[in-house]
Design a protein around this ligand. Structure first.
Ligand code: ASP
Length: 439
């Protein structure tokens, strides 16, 4: 059994957290390849080392005084090293880093040092081999991740190494400069390593006990999802529920490697298993609920719209022309609504409306803003009678007016549009009916 184990920034923010991490790793011999993030926040208004590095670099690159900023970064690492009683000096590393900052080695290089240095500390603490990600993770000339080259080099390199620490978040460009993934990208590195070593499981350790059924800012103590499929996860993540970097699922998904989200502060919790498909019946009819505010509905009416060939195309062309992507498009006989992101649309609004009038000649166009979309997602809804009925009766009881309904053909999700004012109330009503009452 091989496990690739990734620890997020809060799991490695202090010496105390390092001790928890080491205990977790040592508890199972299969936890062989470790991917650390940079030290994150120790308390809620603390600053992540990655952000400190961006700040320090921007001072150095502008020729401003960066010394105090650099000292604060050093302090974060030495606090961990000293409190763990380690005999490790990073002076040489910091000297090289400082020279590269002054020589403007780039923001990506700067940010990557967070993981690089933390990787060195963790490898020393565990007695594992350290492998610089720049030697095994590659990007192509266009800055895209080079899957083929990485997989070849990484699997070859790890084939005869029993246990190693590979820092997350960055890799090398063909010209040897450093490039990072987008923020939170250590999740992606973990997934890439899991693929390369053909891991049985990719464990992703964070500070929550898994993926929650609903947003804890709306629902008190929501239950944890025990098993979720990649498809369900995509639907929920798109609607704003995040624990994992969006790109982290691709390398492992193709290989059939499950991801297990775990909590460093509660290692006894089994967390959430993310799998390709499963025969495991979900505990509730729905797997999760997620939602987003900030949508606008453009409601278009025209008599006999349905029999006019090309009407929808003419309308949609106007959105495309101005680079506005469309979220949903419910329609009636003489009406169609186009749901778009409010902020994006607001900037081009008048041009688009004029364009629709000019090209499609509708009778009226009416705009409704401040709409929230809520996705109710679950493989358990498929072939299950009455799910939609339960959702709408729960919303009616909660006095929530439903503005739009959309059920995907996969029957994996139902999306409802409500006013932003009703957003939290609607999510509570849906959560209660399926999870609290368990109808
Ligand atoms: N340290 C990086 C960030 O803060 C990458 C990561 O933690 O995954 O975004």
């Amino acid at each position: 059994m091989i496990k690739v184990v990734k620890f997020g920034g809060s799991s490695l923010a202090s010496s105390e957290q390092f001790k928890k991490v080491a205990n977790i790793i040592k508890a199972e011999d299969s936890r062989r390849y470790i991917v650390p993030s940079a030290p994150g926040k120790r308390f809620s208004d603390d600053i992540k080392v990655t952000d400190m590095l961006y700040e320090c670099y921007s001072l150095a690159a502008k020729g401003k005084d960066y010394k105090a900023s650099l000292e604060n970064i050093k302090k974060r690492y030495y606090e961990i090293i000293n409190e763990l009683g380690m005999d490790l000096s990073l002076e040489n590393e910091f000297k090289i880093m400082e020279a590269c900052f002054v020589g403007r080695a780039g923001r990506d290089y700067a940010a990557s040092r967070g993981e690089y240095l933390n990787g060195i500390v963790l490898a020393n603490y565990l007695g594992y081999e350290f492998i610089d990600a720049a030697e095994v993770i590659f990007f192509d000339d266009n800055g895209n991740f080079d899957d083929e080259r990485t997989n070849e080099v990484l699997s070859e390199r790890l084939s005869d190494i029993e246990k190693a620490v590979i820092p997350g978040f960055y890799g090398a460009m063909p010209n040897d400069t450093i490039k990072t993934f987008s923020r939170g990208g250590s999740d992606v590195t973990g997934s890439i390593v899991a693929k390369a070593v053909k891991a049985d499981v990719y464990e992703n350790w964070t500070d929550v006990s898994g993926f929650l059924i609903a947003d804890p800012r709306i629902i008190d103590n929501p239950k944890v999802i025990t098993t979720i499929t990649y498809k369900e996860l995509r639907e929920l993540a798109y609607m704003g529920a995040t624990v994992l970097h969006e790109d982290a699922i691709f390398p492992v998904r193709k290989e059939g490697i499950p991801i297990n989200i775990r909590n460093t502060n509660a290692p006894e919790d089994m967390g959430t298993m993310i799998v390709e498909s499963t025969s495991m019946k979900p505990e509730f009819t729905i797997t999760g609920i997620a939602g987003k505010k900030g949508f606008t509905a453009v409601n278009i009416e025209k008599d006999m719209m349905n029999s006019e060939l090309g009407f929808c195309r003419k309308v949609l062309e106007e959105f495309e022309k101005y680079g506005i992507s469309i979220e949903h498009m419910p329609s009636g006989i003489d009406t169609m609504s186009v749901l778009v992101h409010q902020e994006e649309f607001g900037q081009k609004e008048q041009e688009i409306l004029a364009g629709i009038h000019r090209n499609a000649h509708p009778d009226t166009i009416d705009i409704e803003s401040d709409i929230a979309l809520i996705a109710i997602v679950g493989r358990g809804m498929r072939a299950q009678r009455g799910t939609a009925g339960r959702i709408f009766s729960a919303l009616a009881h909660a006095h929530v007016n439903v503005k739009m309904i959309d059920q995907g053909s996969s029957e994996l999700n139902i999306i409802v549009g409500v006013t932003e004012e009703d957003f939290a109330k609607a999510i509570k009503a849906i959560y209660d009916i399926f999870v609290t009452v368990k109808l």
